[in-house]
Design a protein around this ligand. Structure first.
Ligand code: F6R
Length: 641
């Protein structure tokens, strides 16, 4: 097989394979690991695997377990070395990486315990250096790592080698970056509970493996992957050092690949077919890069930036500029449910029927509010029948401190029945006895779910929603699991499909299409899509528009937006008030610079950025904009694209 890069890959300094879905990618990676294990077994030798934790390798581990169960792949001769471990967590701690590996892989296969190595998170401070040296020695004694699996953090870390890590760094103790701790806050129910230190293999240790396999899914990884794969080698993006390795491969899905040059600006890597969307993308990218309004782009701007072929294809610069300006202009609407009695030829939403049944799905409480609170508010004010369904209870992300506040309130109120008081007392005692990130009893989870319902109702009232149309599906998959351990099934799909059929909506709003498939938003998207597939023969379906709303993962550039709903300063203030009512989700850390990263602040920033982007392109200047994309299956799809 020819291994040299193709023309499309010319900007990439690490060989990268892009897959339509993470499922396809993990099948390929698992098959290659299985091949290695079997070859080694035939030679009577061990296979040495370097393993990673986090969301990214979850599906790969499930596939390896399947190969073990269904295709007889044995792990008897496999030796493993994990990349890292939180400092201060004992191996049996539910959030330790040793425990993660046990639950996600080891206990399901026949690997001997003696072959498993994870850095010791409990070694005394004085013993850390010696312990790290010993870890490196053990890797050497095992013959070195054959294949090292890697994920990438949003800081560009590999293992826990945060920005600033040297290329020669070895196994050592490190302080975790703020962004990394914030990303782990969910698992630990609050950033304050996330350990501050970890022990990690160094970049130099990782680079010694004979083969490196980096996996990444979802649009939240797109920009850091671009920096790692196409950018310069620098310790500000430690993953960029992987470019030094002669046998490193990235296996990523389309959402994670979206910022690579071959997808972001395909015209730079070779001839392209100028489909309408590619044209829009090229013009918007050119205007954005040159910081010029679309209508001010000149012939030489196109010519000097590799876009002369586009002009040949489309005629004059003037008509091309006007065309794209109009297309962008037509995405903007203050009438997300359609403008009654108006000409809707160029509007993203038809005028009829004037009153629409709208069904919005929120993976957890707060997601729909982050993506589309302003639009929800408009839809309600414009008299549409808006139903909002929260798919999961969201109980897993309620810190104990919030539950304690509610206990105290109820206590003061003097809950009348003695047995209620006793139950409340038992719950309060549970929060006192357990560590903040220990697993909750089902009763405590239910209680925390009630807190999120109360917050959600309060925020819905701010938006003017009729509470009778606000539903909490409490999907079973979420109630049985922990983050990263969810298994969903037909019952979850049925609950969603039943609600869709009950409402018979004219519009459905979903999110999560570009999310990590193991995240709640990613799972919610898969469930929602499966539910929609069961509805396609319903009589109302052909007239139903299906929209995606954006999350906080990445601001969508205007060429990716099919409907842009502007928010006035007053509407933005209402949105923020609504988000702020989800108080259990606010940071527990009092006023520090980390607050800039809170969900409600990110949402505000993204909505403002989108508005500024439209403004820079020469369109009207709004305070903020919420973004929507049309679903390919949707009735409006052909009308818009
Ligand atoms: C985990 C590790 C980390 C993760 C990275 C991505 O052992 O070493 O580098 O791979 O933080 O995490 P996820 O996969 O959760 O996005």
């Amino acid at each position: 097989m020819d291994n040299s890069p193709t023309e499309a890959e010319q900007y990439e300094r690490i060989r990268t394979r892009v897959f339509r879905s993470s499922d396809e990618a993990v099948r390929v990676v698992a098959a290659s690991i299985a091949r290695l294990i079997r070859e080694r077994q035939e030679e009577g030798r061990n296979a040495v695997l370097g393993l990673a934790t986090g969301s990214t390798p979850l599906k790969l581990y499930r596939e390896l377990i399947r190969l073990h169960r269904e295709e007889g792949l044995s792990f008897r001769s496999v030796v493993t070395f994990n990349l890292d471990e939180y400092y201060g967590l004992p191996p049996q701690h539910p959030e330790s990486y040793r425990q993660f590996m046990e639950v996600q892989l080891f206990k399901h296969v026949d690997i001997p315990t003696a072959n498993i190595h994870v850095p010791d998170g409990m070694v005394s401070r004085l013993g850390v250096f010696e312990c790290c040296l010993a870890y490196e020695r053990k890797i050497g004694d095992a013959g070195g790592v054959d294949v090292q699996l890697l994920g990438i953090g949003r800081t560009g870390h590999i293992g826990f080698n945060e920005p600033g890590s040297a290329i020669e760094s070895r196994t050592r103790m490190v302080a975790l970056d703020r962004l990394t701790r914030r990303d782990a806050a969910r698992d630990f129910r609050g950033e304050a509970n996330v350990p501050e230190y970890a022990i990690t293999m160094g970049v130099g240790t990782i680079l010694q493996a004979r083969e490196l396999t980096l996996l990444a899914w979802g649009e939240s990884k797109a920009s850091i992957l671009r920096a790692a794969i196409e950018g310069p080698q620098t310790d500000t993006v430690p993953a960029s050092f992987l470019q030094r390795h002669s046998n490193c491969r990235c296996y990523i899905d389309e959402a994670a690949a979206s910022e690579l040059t071959r997808f972001r600006s395909p015209w730079k890597v070779g001839p392209v077919k100028w489909a309408p969307l590619t044209v829009r993308k090229a013009v918007v990218s050119l205007a954005s890069d040159l910081k010029k309004a679309v209508l001010r782009l000149r012939d030489e701007d196109y010519a000097e930036n590799g876009l002369a072929p586009l002009l040949v294809e489309t005629g004059s610069t003037y008509s091309l500029n006007i065309r794209i300006f109009n297309e962008l202009q037509h995405t903007i609407t203050g009438w997300p449910g359609g403008k009654p009695n108006a000409d809707d030829t160029n509007r993203p939403v038809p005028a009829e029927p004037p009153i629409k049944r709208v069904l919005v799905f929120s993976p957890e409480p707060l997601d729909a509010e982050i993506g589309m609170a302003g639009t929800l508010h408009r839809l309600v004010r414009q008299r549409h029948e808006v139903s909002l369904a929260y798919l999961t209870s969201g109980s897993l992300s309620v810190p104990d401190a919030e539950a304690r506040m509610a206990f105290s309130l109820l206590h003061e109120l003097g809950v009348s029945q003695p047995d209620s008081l006793a139950r409340l007392g038992a719950l309060a005692e549970e929060t006192e006895k357990k560590a903040p990130f220990d697993e909750d009893s089902p009763e405590l989870r239910r209680f925390k779910g009630l807190i999120r319902k109360a917050e959600a109702r309060a925020s819905c009232q701010i938006l003017g929603l009729n509470l009778e149309r606000v539903r909490f599906l409490d999907l079973a998959f979420y109630e049985q699991g922990r983050y990263r351990q969810f298994r969903w099934g037909p019952d979850d799909v049925k609950s969603i499909a039943a609600l869709i059929c009950l409402v018979q909506p004219h519009q459905i709003y979903l999110t999560g299409a570009g999310a990590d498939p193991s995240s709640i938003a990613g799972i919610a998207f898969q469930l929602g899509s499966a539910a929609l597939r069961t509805c396609t023969s319903e009589p109302w379906f052909p007239n139903c528009q299906i929209w995606f709303y954006a999350s906080n993962e990445r601001p969508w550039p205007p060429h990716e937006i099919d409907m842009a709903v502007p928010l006035s300063p007053a509407e933005l203030a209402i949105k923020l008030d609504c988000l702020y009512h989800h108080r259990s989700q606010r940071s527990q850390t009092p006023f520090t610079e980390t607050q800039a990263g809170e969900g409600w602040q990110q949402a505000e920033q993204i909505n403002r950025e989108t508005a500024q982007h439209y403004d820079r392109l020469g369109l009207a200047e709004y305070e903020a904009i919420e973004s929507f994309r049309v679903h390919k299956e949707s009735a409006v799809h052909t009308r818009l694209r």
